[in-house]
Design a protein around this ligand. Structure first.
Ligand code: PLP
Length: 379
C-alpha cells in the first residue's frame, strides 16, 4: 500500500472503531450546543444546501468572525474556507514562490510547511523545544532567521503541541521584525479561545498580519470543515482567487458556525471548565509516575504534552498500547521529527470519563509499552 493509502486506511479504521476515545487531534467531543444542532437541522430541513454559498462565505458569518476577533469591520474582512487548513493553503499558494522563505517554529504544525514548500519557498524551522527559553520563540531567534526574502512568518499561537502563548511584548517584537523585512505575519489562532490571555498580531500589525481562524476546536466542528482567513481588505482581495472554496464552503457548516458564534460566551465557559479540569487530572496522574512529566502546565491549548523520554519510553509504543485499548493519543513525531521522541500529546476537550480512563490506564500502559516491539505506522 502507498503511504497515502496507508494513512487513509489508518484514519478510516479510527472512524470505524466503536466508542473510540479521541484524545489525539485536539478536536472537541463535548456534546454540542442545542442551538448549533438546531441550526444544522433547520438548514437541512430547508434544503438550502442545494445552492452554492457565496464564494467568500455568508456575510453574517464573515462579519461575526471579525467581531469575534474584536477587529474593526471597516478594516478587516474574513474569507470563509474549508477549515483553517484550507485558509493556510490559500495564504501559502498566494504568497510563497521560489526565492522566498517561510519561517516557523519547531515544534509547530506541519501542513503549512508542506504548502509553502510546494509553492517553492524555502522553509526555515527555528527550534523552540528548550526549557531554558520557556519553550518559546525569542525575538532574537526570529531576527536571526528572517531576511528580505522572508515572505511569511508563521506562528502557531497558542502553539500546538506545546501550549505556550506569546505575550504582548513578544508579539510586538515579532510584528516589528516582520514589518522590518516586509514579511506577512501568519498568525494561526486555532487555539486562541483556550488561552488565558491572547494577543492578536492583527491589532499590532494590521497591514501585514493574517489571522487564521478555526471552528474545529472551540466549537467542535472539525468534521464539518469550516474556518476562515482574516486580514485587511487588500490582502483578502489578493487571497480570494487562490481559495479552493471558490464555489463557497458548506452551507450547513456555515449555519452551525453562525449559531456557535451567537452562543459562544456561554458555550466556552462550560468547555473551559471541563478542559481545565481534564488538564489537571492528567497532570495529577503524570506527577505520580517518576520519570514522566508535563513540562508546560497549564497549557493554553486544549491539550497537554507528556514527556516520557526519561523513562526511556518510545512515544509510538505508548500510543500503540493506548490504541489497542480504544484510546487515541498523539506521538510527538507527528509534530516534530527533531523533538518527537520526547513526548506524547493528549487532548482535553473531551468528556471527563475519557480523560479519567486515560489516567487510570497510565501506569499499566507504560509497563505494556516497554514490551512493544512491533509498532504499526502511526500518522
Ligand atoms: C495549528 C493548527 N492549525 C490549523 C489546524 C486545522 O484546523 P481546521 O480543522 O480548522 O482545518 C490545526 C488542527 O489540528 C492546528 O493544530
Amino acid at each position: 500500500m502507498s503511504s497515502f493509502a496507508q494513512r487513509n486506511a489508518h484514519f478510516d479504521r479510527l472512524f470505524a472503531t466503536n466508542n473510540l476515545f479521541w484524545l489525539g487531534q485536539n478536536t472537541n467531543h463535548l456534546p454540542m450546543h442545542p442551538r448549533v444542532r438546531q441550526a444544522m437541522i433547520d438548514s437541512i430541513e430547508a434544503e438550502e444546501f442545494h445552492a452554492y454559498a457565496p464564494p467568500g462565505g455568508f456575510t453574517a458569518l464573515s462579519r461575526g468572525i471579525v467581531a469575534d476577533l474584536g477587529l474593526p469591520q471597516d478594516a478587516a474582512a474574513a474569507l470563509i474556507t474549508d477549515g483553517a487548513v484550507a485558509a493556510l493553503a490559500t495564504v501559502c499558494r498566494a504568497y510563497c514562490e521560489p526565492g522566498t522563505n517561510f519561517v516557523t517554529t519547531d515544534p509547530g504544525w506541519k501542513w503549512p510547511m508542506q504548502f509553502a514548500q510546494q509553492a517553492g519557498a524555502d522553509v526555515r524551522e527555528i527550534p523552540i523545544y528548550d526549557p531554558a527559553a520557556g519553550y518559546r520563540l525569542t525575538p532574537a531567534q526570529l531576527r536571526d532567521n528572517a531576511d528580505r526574502n522572508t515572505r511569511i512568518v508563521y506562528l502557531v499561537d497558542p502553539n500546538n503541541p506545546l501550549g505556550i502563548c506569546y505575550t504582548r511584548t513578544e508579539m510586538q517584537a515579532f510584528c516589528e521584525i516582520a514589518r522590518g523585512v516586509g514579511a506577512y505575519l501568519l498568525h494561526d489562532c486555532t487555539y486562541r479561545d483556550f488561552a488565558e490571555n491572547h494577543v492578536l498580531a492583527a491589532d499590532l500589525y494590521p497591514e501585514g498580519a493574517i489571522t487564521i481562524y478555526s471552528f474545529s476546536k472551540w466549537l467542535g466542528l472539525a468534521g464539518l470543515r469550516i474556518g476562515a482567513v482574516v486580514a485587511d481588505h487588500r490582502i483578502i482581495e489578493r487571497l480570494a482567487p487562490y481559495s479552493a472554496a471558490t464555489l463557497g464552503s458548506s452551507v450547513v457548516a456555515q449555519r452551525a458556525a453562525q449559531a456557535g458564534l451567537a452562543v459562544k460566551k456561554e458555550w466556552m465557559t462550560g468547555v473551559q471548565r471541563t478542559q481545565r479540569r481534564n488538564q489537571a487530572a492528567i497532570k495529577e496522574a503524570v506527577d505520580k509516575i517518576p520519570g514522566l512529566n508535563v513540562p508546560i502546565y497549564p497549557s493554553n491549548g486544549n491539550f497537554v504534552i507528556i514527556e516520557c523520554v526519561e523513562l526511556g519510553l518510545r512515544p509510538e509504543a505508548l500510543a500503540t498500547v493506548y490504541a489497542q485499548r480504544g484510546i487515541m493519543i498523539r506521538q510527538g513525531s507527528y509534530h516534530t521529527p527533531r523533538f518527537g521522541s520526547r513526548f506524547v500529546k493528549v487532548s482535553t476537550t473531551v468528556p471527563s470519563e475519557w480523560v479519567d480512563a486515560f489516567c487510570r490506564e497510565l501506569p499499566d500502559a507504560i509497563n505494556a509499552a516497554r514490551g512493544v516491539n512491533d509498532i504499526p505506522e502511526l500518522f
